[in-house]
Design a binder for this molecule. Structure first.
Ligand SMILES: NC(=O)c1ccc[n+]([C@@H]2O[C@H](COP(=O)([O-])OP(=O)(O)OC[C@H]3O[C@@H](n4cnc5c(N)ncnc54)[C@H](O)[C@@H]3O)[C@@H](O)[C@H]2O)c1
Length: 344
């Protein structure tokens, strides 16, 4: 096998990004078939990309070597389990589940079946983030002392998405919590503050703005700021300070030109995650296909997904109680385990 035939489940906002990438930007993958619970959506995508479509996940599994899951969050865990039981490796969008027991069951099904699971922590595959990570991990920064990251959407997703999202920390901050673990290390304290600038979020029992303060086991401090609706654009940027250097990954402009008038220069900002991460989303699926071809564990695996979700759950508890949550992650044979602090 020189290319992996990948079936794509879920053709909404994120699924459409994966669709374009699988159809032409992943040399180790072939888009085998598409599926959505809405057959009209699946049929339209199939016609647009000239690929087969199906109205059944079982048929999708029959048509592919491996599957990419970009359906709504609540369906991830059962689809991952079904794929694993059918012997298919899975790329799954984050989070694997908003419910810890379901996420663990899905990851254990994957491990039992001996297939691979990669989770959609796309920043790990972005060229800028990956270059910074390599140098940090090689020790060029010296001792890491401080981590700062911002993730801000320009506009909020629709209420229909929010109600099934798992809540702010599980849906949004989970990306930053994964990056914190990846770039700096394990977290021993989370103190989260949240607010609903838009009262609609309060009505849903959720928030749209948050600050999360982290303590790492190496003594470093961290701060995450998040917004669902920054208004000006989509921002995702990070700094990692060390005793020898500081790595900064800035939010890029949309285009390489600016428009100048007397006393004023203006430039387009990126508006959403698709514009910010064109390379990362293609690279993560290419990396997944290569992992399947070489039977190599993905960089962002199931245990990373559970760890980041556990930290998100700790942030949720901290926000609700107003108190910091102390953590003592343990290294086990299966991977890092934050479970003792986060009740199922
Ligand atoms: N990695 C990222 O940057 C990123 C960005 C956005 C969304 N996401 C994640 O991607 C997932 C999808 O988000 P979205 O914004 O595309 O949502 P969406 O609501 O726009 O799309 C979801 C699609 O899945 C389909 N669907 C729902 N349940 C299904 C099922 N059981 N079987 C088949 N199809 C089903 C829906 O019909 C819809 O077409 C979410 O889990 C979200 O957390 C990740």
């Amino acid at each position: 096998m020189s290319r992996v035939a990948i079936g794509l489940a879920g053709l909404g906002r994120m699924g459409r990004v994966h669709l374009g990438n699988l159809a032409g930007r992943c040399p180790s993958a072939i888009l085998a078939c598409v599926y959505d619970v809405d057959p009209v959506v699946a049929e339209q995508a199939a016609a647009e990309y000239d690929v087969p479509w199906t109205a059944s996940f079982d048929e999708l599994l029959d048509a592919c070597d491996a599957v990419a899951v970009a359906t709504s969050t609540a369906s991830h865990a059962p689809l991952v389990e079904a794929a694993a039981d059918a012997g298919r490796s899975v790329f799954c969008e984050k989070p694997v589940s908003a419910d810890r027991a379901s996420a663990v069951a899905a990851v254990e099904a994957v491990e039992r079946a001996g297939v691979l699971l990669q989770v959609g922590f796309h920043r790990r595959y972005d060229p800028d983030w990956a270059a910074a990570a390599r140098r940090i991990h090689d020790g060029e920064l010296g001792e890491v002392t401080f981590f700062r990251t911002s993730l801000r959407d320009m506009t909020s997703p629709p209420a229909s998405f929010l109600t099934g999202s798992g809540g702010f920390f599980t849906d949004v901050t989970v990306h930053d919590l994964d990056v914190a673990r990846w770039l700096v290390g394990e977290v021993v304290e989370v103190h989260a503050h949240g607010a609903a600038a838009n009262p609609e979020f309060a009505r849903l029992g959720d928030i749209d703005t948050a600050v999360v303060v982290l303590r790492f086991d190496n003594g470093a401090l961290g701060v995450i700021d998040n917004s669902r609706s920054a208004g000006y654009g989509y921002e995702c940027s990070t700094e990692v300070m060390g005793t020898a250097a500081t790595a900064r990954i800035d939010a890029p402009h949309r285009h390489g030109y600016e428009w100048r008038t007397p006393g004023l220069a203006s430039r387009d900002l990126v508006r959403d995650f698709e514009q910010r991460y064109p390379y990362a989303y293609a690279a993560e699926l290419e990396a997944f296909a290569r992992c399947v071809l070489t039977d190599t564990e993905p960089l962002a695996g199931g245990r990373d997904a559970i760890a980041a979700s556990d930290l998100a759950e700790a942030a949720t508890r901290s926000w609700r109680t107003g108190a910091p949550v102390r953590l003592s992650p343990r290294r086990t044979a299966a991977g890092i385990d934050y479970s003792s602090e986060v009740p199922a």
